[in-house]
Design a binder for this molecule. Structure first.
Ligand code: UD1
Ligand code: UDP
Length: 367
């Protein structure tokens, strides 16, 4: 069995790391194609260093040169095709819903190579999101659908995907958190570096196209940042930074630390010790559930409804007053805080990658 892993962005590197570790542990032949969709040191290399991942075998140079969906996707397909034709893997694994995932999946299926989709079946039911299109397409061309939860499996069944292709494995983000939290506790000095006190600050991230490419929503989010009255830290995604500058918006709040994006070990420790997180990130909605940190999602919908159902996450939107009022309520109301932070983990037991590799090897007892 020869496995190809295609990845290209920050969350894919993090969520594929447990799969790569498992392939290594079981001495399975594999190679990694990095599309280069993310390319800045702090969006890319830092994760290979923090997670002690081997260098990708192939690196395309897409993100820095191509910025539109069509050109990014087309160039990635061209690059991936030549490599797959040469390497002839038995399966191509992709994770999530980015343009790199779409390109990896499409290229493989057209060469008749089976696709394994890690994190299959998520749906926001909002087709304006590029991620929703990517995940629907990739789910429908995959042979192995690794659904993190029963909810995700149900979404796939509702779209007519045969049950025998679907494996409920949990999400590899749990594996990544469990594998790295202790290391982060030993190594990271992030709290001291920013003079933050455990349990006494908010972590904020947003980068999603629907928020930052829409000037009205972006203005509201920046307005919210400027209204915060509680200590907070905002590691700013480069996409967000560019849009804030282009729109001439100013972040100005002495309670808020604005930083560059930070490495995984630092981010895990930062999140694990926060009072609350405000985010539009998919991965961070999951991690807040795993780490028992209340989460307010800065969107109008989520493809992670399980977190809302168990009570660790509330979809709040982007209206500054709504966000600030709800954040303040969670900070002062102990009962509400305890309720949110004691919600059960919904994404599995941290053995998702092991289960996926067992499925690929046809081991019935491993899954
Ligand atoms: C992409 C994914 C999104 C995912 C996010 C993870 C798509 C359509 N979107 O969004 O689903 O949640 O990654 O973070 O695939 N940039 C840099 N350095 C980098 C990367 C990006 O400066 O290393 C800047 C560039 O100006 C680039 C812009 O950010 O044009 C957007 O990057 P892109 O990869 O297109 O989209 P993301 O917003 O990162
Ligand atoms: N993350 C990080 N540093 C940061 C912000 C996020 O390491 O400064 C990690 C976070 O822990 C999570 C992943 O990046 O695992 C989420 O990526 P992102 O929000 O970019 O993408 P999404 O999950 O929304 O696709």
């Amino acid at each position: 069995m020869k496995v190809c892993v295609v990845l290209g962005t920050r969350p894919e590197i993090i969520k594929m790391s447990p799969v790569i570790r498992e392939l290594e542990r079981r001495k399975i032949e594999y190679f990694v194609i990095h599309t280069g969709q993310h390319y800045s040191y702090n969006m890319d290399r830092v994760f290979f260093e923090d997670l002690e991942l081997p260098e990708p075998d192939y690196k395309l140079d897409i993100g820095e040169k191509y910025h539109t969906h069509g050109s990014q996707t087309g160039e990635m397909i061209k690059g991936i095709e030549g490599i797959l034709m040469k390497e002839k893997p038995d399966v191509v694994l992709v994770e999530g819903d980015t343009n790199s995932v779409l390109s990896g999946g499409l290229t493989a299926v057209k060469l008749h190579i089976p696709v394994g989709h890690v994190e299959a079946g998520l749906r926001s039911f909002d087709r304006r999101m590029p991620e929703e299109i990517n995940r629907i397409v990739v789910d429908h061309i995959s042979e192995y659908l690794f659904a993190p939860t029963e909810v995700a499996k149900e979404n796939l069944l509702n779209e007519g995907i045969p049950e025998d292709k679907i494996y409920v494995t949990g999400n590899t983000i749990v594996d990544a958190v469990y594998q790295n939290l202790e290391i982060a506790k030993r190594k990271s000095k992030i709290l001291d570096n920013f003079s933050l006190r455990r349990g006494e600050y908010i972590v904020i991230t947003f980068h999603r196209a629907e928020n930052v490419d829409d000037p009205e929503r972006l203005k509201k989010l920046v307005g919210m940042l400027n209204m915060l009255e509680y200590p907070a830290i905002f590691p700013m995604h480069p996409h967000t930074k560019n849009r804030i500058e282009e729109n001439g918006l100013k972040i100005n709040n002495p309670n808020l630390i604005v930083t560059e994006p930070i490495g995984y070990l630092d981010f895990l420790l930062l999140l694990a010790n926060a009072k609350l997180v405000l985010t539009d990130s998919g991965g961070i909605q999951e991690e807040s559930n795993i780490l028992h940190i209340p989460c307010l999602t800065l969107r109008d919908n989520t493809e992670r409804p399980e977190t809302v159902e168990v009570g660790s996450n509330i979809v709040v939107g982007v209206d500054p007053k709504n966000v600030i009022n709800l954040a303040n309520e969670i900070i002062v109301d102990k009962e509400k805080f305890n309720e949110m932070s004691s919600a059960p983990v919904v994404y599995g037991d941290g053995k998702s990658a092991k289960k996926m590799v067992s499925v690929l090897l046809g081991e019935k007892d491993g899954y």
